[in-house]
Structures are given as C-alpha cells and as structure tokens.
Design a protein around this ligand. Structure first.
Ligand SMILES: [Zn+2]
Length: 850
C-alpha cells in the first residue's frame, strides 16, 4: 500500500496519546507466511490528554478479531491503523492479527533472514506487527510468549518460562514499542558473564548462525568493557539478568538497542583477524558500546516523539566517542571524527537535505537517521561539556538520570538539567538544535605593543526553509605559540556569541601564532587567512595534536586547490612538513598515518564550489594522483624505514598500538606501490596473515591496475564468507579507474553472488560507486544512470535503504551544467517511477527542489 499524497508531520502539532498503557501481553504463533500475533493490552485514560480518540497504528496487518473488555468489536480499519470507540475508563484491548514475515523484504517489523525470524521496530516498525499506539511516549511493560519449532526463541527482558516449542519473556522496564524485539532461529550462543557494580550477575550471550562461532570473542569482550566503562564513567549499571546480542545478515542499519536484546547487522558484530580489518574491529567495538549505552540514554530515558531523536542519538554517539577515546587514542579518535563529520555531515548541512539537529517536520522519519542528527548531535554535547566544564557536565548528567528515569523526554528537558546545575542561561545555545547549516567562523588578527587581538566572526549561509540565521554560541579553543615554537598561552575556550567579537591577549613579548579551534572545539568551517609558512610552523610545533594535524591538512588542501586551479606544482612546505612528521619516530604511527591522508575528492569539489569555481571531477582526480606520486618520490628514502618500523613481531591484536602500525605500514605500502609498480604489494599479499594486510596489499595492486590474479584468488579463498565477499565487491569499485568505475560496478551486479536484496551487498557495490568521486561523475552520466536503475529496482523491495542512498545525488548543484542536467534527468526518472515509496519520494523531491 502506498500513499497517494504523503502527509507532513510537524513538531508543533505534538499532543499526548489519549490513553496510557499499563501492560502488554503478546503471543506469537510463528509461521513463515502466516504468523499470528495475539495482543492483550491494558489501557487507561491519560489524565494529561484532552483528546480521547482511540486510534491504534497498524500497517500491512490482517485483522482476525478484536475486542474491548471481552466484547467483540468491528473497528474502522484503514491502511494506517484502526479507530474504535473506547470507554473513558480502564479497559482491556484484545486483538489477533496475521502477518507475513516471509515476504517482508523492507526489513521493518517482523521479517525473515536466512530462515531466522527477527525484528526491527525503530522507528515505526511495530505497527507492522500488531495494532498499537506506536509512538515513543507510550511506554509499558511487555510479556511475550513465542510459540515456534525453532530451538532459540528470544525477546526482551528476562526469561520467565520455557518448554518444548515455546518460550516466555518478561520485560519489567516500561518501554516504547520501538524497543520491542523478537528473534527465533537455529542459533548458537557465545556465552559470557558480567558482575555489575552492585554485585549482580548478568548472563551475556552473543547469538550467531552455526559457522560464525569463531567470530564472537571480540564482540563479547567489547560488551564487557562497555558495561564496565558505563559504570566507571557515568555510574550506570545494567538492569536485567541477561543481555543478548544477535547477529543478523539482512539488516538496514548497523545495530539496534532493543531492551536486553540488541540486534546487530552481522557486519557490526562478527569479527576475526582473518576476515576483519583493524577498522572493522574498531567500528564493532564502538557500535557494541553505542547500543549498550542506549540502555540508559535511549531506553530508560527515551524520546517524547521522533523529532527528539537527537536526544538519544547525539548523546549516545558522544558517549561512544568518549569510550573509544579512552580505549584507544583520544587525538586519533578526534581526528577521525572530524574527517567523518566533514565528509558526511557538512555536505548534508550545506545542501538540499540540510535540516536542524532537531527537525521540525518530516514525511518519513526513517529519512532523518542522518549524520546531522547523530554526529552533529554529538558535537553539540561536546560543545556543551566544553562550555560548562567536566565537573558540571557530570553533575548535569546525574541530574538527568535522576530526574527523567522512566520518562519520554525532549531537548528542553535535556537543556534544563544543564541550566539547573550550572545556573547558566542556555537559550542561545539551544539554537544549535533549531538552526540548520554549518556556521563559518572567520579569523582576523591584530598585533600592537605586546597586545594580540583575535577577532572572530560567524555567519551561516541560508538553508532550505531558513533564510535568516542568528548568531550561535561557538566555543573556540585557542592557544598561542611564540616565534620559537613554545606555547606562550595555553588552550583557552573563547565563547563566540555575537556576529563578531574581539578577544585580546596582553603582555606578549613578540607577535604569536594563533592555533585556533583546537581539538576541533566546534563543528564549524574555519576561514583563516594563513600563509603556508604559518601552517608549516604549526605543523612543526603545535602542541595541540588535532591542530597540528589540521595544519598539515590545510596545507594539503591548498596545495591541491592550487594544482587544480592554476596547474601549480605541489607545494614544498607541504612536502617538507610531511617528511618531517613522518620522520619523527616519537609520534604515534596512527597519527603519522593520518598525516598522510588527503581531503576527499568530494571535499575538494565542495571547496572549489565555495570559491565560486566549477569543480571538474577528472581535474580533481588528476591533481590528487599527481600529488600522491610526487609525495611518494619526496619521501622515497624514508619508506624502507617506515616499513621496518611497522613490522609487528607479535600475534595479531586489533588494539590501538598494532592497528596504528599497520595503518602507517599500509600508507607506506601505497606510496611504495607507486614507485615499484606493485612489486612489494605482491610480496605482502602472499605473506599476509590477517585481513588488514591482505586487503591493503590487494588495494595497492588494484590501484596500480594490477592484482587480477590476487583478486581471483581472494574470491576462491573467501567466497564462503559473506562479510568478506562484501569487501571483495566494494574494493573493486572503490579502486577502479574513473573511466572504468561504472562498468566495473555494472559487471559486478551481474555476478551470481550479487544478492541485491541484502543491504550490505547492495551498499558494497552501489555505495562504493557513489563514493568513487571521479568514477561516479563520469562525464557521460553512466554512473548516475546505473545508480538510478538500481534505486528504482530496490525501492519496492526496500524503501529505507533506497531512500538513504539517494543522498549520493545531494551535491548535484556543485557541478557543471552538463552534469547537472544528467543528474536532474535521473532524479526525475526516479521521482516519476509509479508507486514510488514515501521514503524515496521525500528524499528525491527534497534534492530536486534545491
Ligand atoms: Zn543509536
């Protein structure tokens, strides 16, 4: 069933539901194409609600029977739900519905993946399971009985009964329906145990399909570390007797924090040294922590409505970033986060899909699980912490947990705990939640008579629906360096609250060099007129690890822009500065590897566009290739030393130390391959005993237009492993030369292992196509047409994944008129597809309306 005219839902229209739910009892009789769901729900009138309309959400359900207080009724049923006359007093609602999990390819609600039943209810999937007030502010305890002939039957909470062909689960903690979960299948547990801070024993299980038992140990350890960390840092203890994690192959997202029964995309939990890269391990550790941390920030305290999504996501992303910083290297994590924010959130916030961290309207909430809500949402928490200080932050969080445990809250509630603990007025700060667009901060400096004046100005470009922008509260961390490189003023947080403001530093012996926006203290674009010499000076001396990296990054970007715009030769300051950093054996190898990174080609296109120039993807690609080649020659003599420095004489461990060394070794191998035609990479491929080394060597070979034999061998070695095969698919598209990318991708879609209904496999190919900048933007439009073909094909099967991938086109207005016309034609073709889903319709129309 599709919508004729999608309706827009507004934050300002929020009203509470007319009834409260005291308890929910569900019985599932599982059958692949005819699962029966019987519900028994205790309702009572909500004293805080004016409207007593008894409307229950329900989609794609066959209603068998319904009753109120035992009396059969015939509700008015539409494709959105049902309405029935209900008493203005407590009553029991009972209903039986039939659903078809076997044909549920959208992967929302109850569906099947390789013979296993599983659920995904966030945001609005529960309404595809039974009739219910499917909104986060309706919370209840749940008791669930599952009848089915599969050996493992799981739901939320604690086990409360079990027999041949059935199991019962009781969740004592009131929760919204989006946290409901059910799993049934032939699964094997990797067990674990955790004793909480108050001495309670918790049984832990990581459930996987037979054959995956060897990939569980790391995830289990990550879970235990997360549980301990949340006790140590936030004082938060786990609150059930069991904690289950299940790995599922077909999953739209990374993972889901259902109470006591987290469901994970298998790519986000299964790991072994042979099949997973260091980056996979780090991501898995972070996602397990993230979902676990939701138990308090999301589950115990949830969101009043979906506009408040950032309340749980921003905070939980911030918490998982703190966790990763503590487990690994804080500067490296901060740099990774800034790279990620600039690559994913900045384009979103500066294009047609721009929206506030707390949106004010939506047609399909699934389209708002965005980098803005998650990552910018986390940056806001980081700024708040920086502004109030660590101690006040801890006090505010304690108050938040005390005051709001068991509630469904808003951003206002969140801000209020900070106001109440600090006495600060945070009204202006709240604009971070309502104002979209990336603020730009311009820096001007003055020096006279021992006084250094820094003038900071802010502005934000208009974004869809928001022409006028007001000044925001921007914490700008600044330090000053003297001429000899010593720090003459330690880091200080300047609070920029006006459109323009000056800050003075007195008593200085000589004109200092300012290091501005240290530790990336705010998610803004810094516009600072700095000479290459100043940047090289900061690259050599800055005591702030982030800004030292940033100085190198800015030098690299300027070099590339000059190469693109005026055919300039690569800049010597950049090359020499880089060489000095690489030579510095005291620096963390992971950090040195990051120094070798370059801005993405998409970022360079954005920078050109902002300078008023038209970005040409092939010109950008050529400049990057040239700079890489020149860099390889420039650091040539150092490469053997980097290779020997990064040899690891110990069993594989994905920790920060080893993975940093492998990252630097891999970066060095990429440069070496540009000089030796892939000879060393061929050798390394032969001896690689873990996936990080194997994949690094293979990508070096593919980039050198070699490696076809290795690619075939890799396939033979790993064709049984679906997660490794995702890498095999993705790598070929990522490493393809610009003119070949679309053809490589098209050929792969014809491969027998291209199971396009599996979101991971689809994204492996189509995501890599969209990310290969010059390849995707091939002048004849072949990349655009191929992606559009597949989005049109996927939409009726999986609207959520289709809609999300439409964002590949969000930057279309940057490019030349020919490319714009080609993209517009593809977007129009998608938009005009008959029966296009609500998800995709909303995304395409927002992009086209730009
Ligand atoms: Zn989350």
């Amino acid at each position: 069933m599709r919508d004729a005219a999608p309706t827009t839902i507004y934050l300002k229209d929020y009203t509470p539901f007319g009834y409260l739910v005291d308890s929910v009892h569900l019985t599932f009789d599982l059958a692949a194409h005819a699962t029966r769901v019987t519900s028994r729900i205790a309702f009572r009138p909500n004293p805080d609600a004016a409207d007593r309309t008894f409307f229950l959400h329900g989609e794609e359900l066959t209603l068998i029977r319904a009753s109120i207080d035992g009396v059969q009724i015939t509700p008015e049923v539409t494709d959105k739900g049902l309405t029935a006359p209900a008493p203005d007093a407590p009553f029991i609602w009972e209903a039986e519905v039939e659903i078809d999990p076997g044909n549920n390819t959208a992967l929302e609600g109850l569906y099947m993946s390789n013979g296993m039943y599983c659920t995904q209810c966030e945001a609005e999937g529960f309404r595809k399971i039974t009739y219910y007030p499917d909104r986060p502010d309706v919370m209840s305890t749940f008791t669930v009985r599952i009848n089915g002939d599969l050996p493992v039957l799981l739901s939320n909470g604690n086990p409360s009964g079990k027999g041949e062909g059935w199991a019962e689960w009781t969740d004592p903690w009131p929760k919204p329906a989006y946290l409901f979960a059910l799993v049934a299948g032939e699964l094997i547990a990797h067990p674990g145990q955790f004793t909480t801070m108050s001495g309670r024993d918790v049984e832990l299980n990581l459930w996987v399909r037979p054959g995956d038992e060897g990939k569980c140990a790391f995830g289990m350890e990550a879970l235990k570390k997360s549980m301990k960390w949340d006790e140590d840092v936030y004082g938060r203890e786990y609150d059930l007797d069991v904690f289950n994690i299940v790995a599922v192959d077909d999953f739209n997202m990374g993972a889901m924090e259902n109470k006591g029964l987290n469901i994970f995309n298998s790519s986000a939990v299964l790991a072994s040294p042979e099949t997973s890269t260091d980056m996979n391990f780090e991501r898995i550790e972070a996602i397990i922590a993230h979902e676990y941390f939701h138990n308090w920030t999301g589950n115990r305290i949830t969101c009043r409505d979906w506009f408040q999504l950032c309340l749980k996501e921003g905070l939980t992303v911030f918490r998982d970033a703190q966790f990763t910083s503590d487990m690994r290297s804080a500067p490296v994590k901060r740099i990774h986060d800034a790279i990620d924010l600039r690559a994913r959130q900045f384009p979103e916030d500066n294009g047609p899909l721009s929206h506030p961290v707390r949106p004010e309207s939506f047609q399909e909430i699934n389209n708002f699980y965005t980098a803005t809500v998650y990552e910018k949402g986390a940056e806001i928490i980081g700024m708040l912490k920086r502004l109030v200080g660590d101690e006040a932050y801890t006090n505010a969080l304690d108050l938040y947990f005390d005051r709001h445990d068991g509630q469904a809250c808003t951003i206002e509630d969140w801000i209020k705990v900070f106001e109440d603990t600090t006495g600060r007025d945070l009204d202006q700060f709240k604009r971070w939640y309502s104002q979209s667009g990336t603020p730009r901060v311009t820096v001007a400096e003055e020096w006279a008579d021992g006084t250094y004046t820094l003038t900071l100005s802010q502005r934000t470009e208009p974004t869809p629906g928001q022409d006028e922008k007001l000044p925001q509260v921007i914490p700008v961390a600044v330090g000053l360096l003297g001429p000899n490189g010593d720090e003459v003023r330690a880091t200080e947080v300047l609070e920029l609250t006006e459109a323009s403001q000056s800050f003075t530093f007195t008593g200085l012996a000589a004109k200092p060099t300012a290091s501005v926006l240290r530790d990336f203290s705010a998610p803004v674009i810094l516009e600072q007129d700095q000479s290459n010499a100043e940047r090289a000076f900061l690259l050599a001396h800055d005591t702030d690890a982030f800004n030292r990296w940033q100085a190198g990054r800015s030098l690299a970007e300027d070099t590339l822009l000059n190469m693109i715009q005026s055919d300039a030769a690569p800049d010597a300051d950049y090359l020499d500065g880089l060489l000095a950093v690489l030579r510095d054996g005291d620096l963390d190898p992971a950090y040195r590897a990051l120094m070798l990174g370059l801005p993405t080609q998409s970022e360079l296109a954005a920078a050109l566009h902002e300078n008023g120039e038209t970005p040409y993807p092939m010109a950008i690609w050529t400049a990057v290739e040239t700079l890489r080649q020149v860099t390889a020659q420039h650091v040539q003599d150092l490469l053997p030393r980097l290779h020997s420095e990064t040899v690891i004489d110990a069993p594989y461990n994905p920790d920060a130390d080893q993975s940093g060394k492998r990252a630097l070794g891999g970066a060095a191998l990429a440069l070496t391959s540009r000089l030796d035609g892939g000879a060393k990479a061929t050798e390394e491929y032969k001896t690689a005993d873990n996936m990080t080394l194997q994949l690094t060597a293979l990508s070096c070979l593919l980039r050198a237009s070699k490696g076809q034999a290795e690619l075939a061998a890799f396939y033979d070695q790993w064709q049984h492993d679906r997660l490794v095969m995702d890498k095999w698919f993705g790598l070929q598209v990522s490493m393809a030369a610009p003119d070949a990318t679309a053809d490589v991708a098209r050929n792969l879609t014809e491969h027998p292992d291209f199971n396009w209904k599996n979101p991971n496999r689809f994204r492996a190919v189509m995501g890599a196509l969209a990310m290969n900048h010059a390849g995707f933007h091939r002048a004849d439009g072949a990349g655009y047409a191929l992606l559009a073909d597949w989005l049109i094909k996927l939409d009726p099967v999986n609207p959520q994944t289709t809609a999300r991938m439409c964002s590949a086109f969000q930057t279309w207005k940057r490019y030349d008129t020919d490319r714009q016309a080609l993209i517009r034609a593809q977007l129009t073709r998608i938009a005009e597809t008959p029966d296009l889903s609500r998800d995709t319709t909303e995304m395409v129309s927002r992009i086209l309306d730009a």
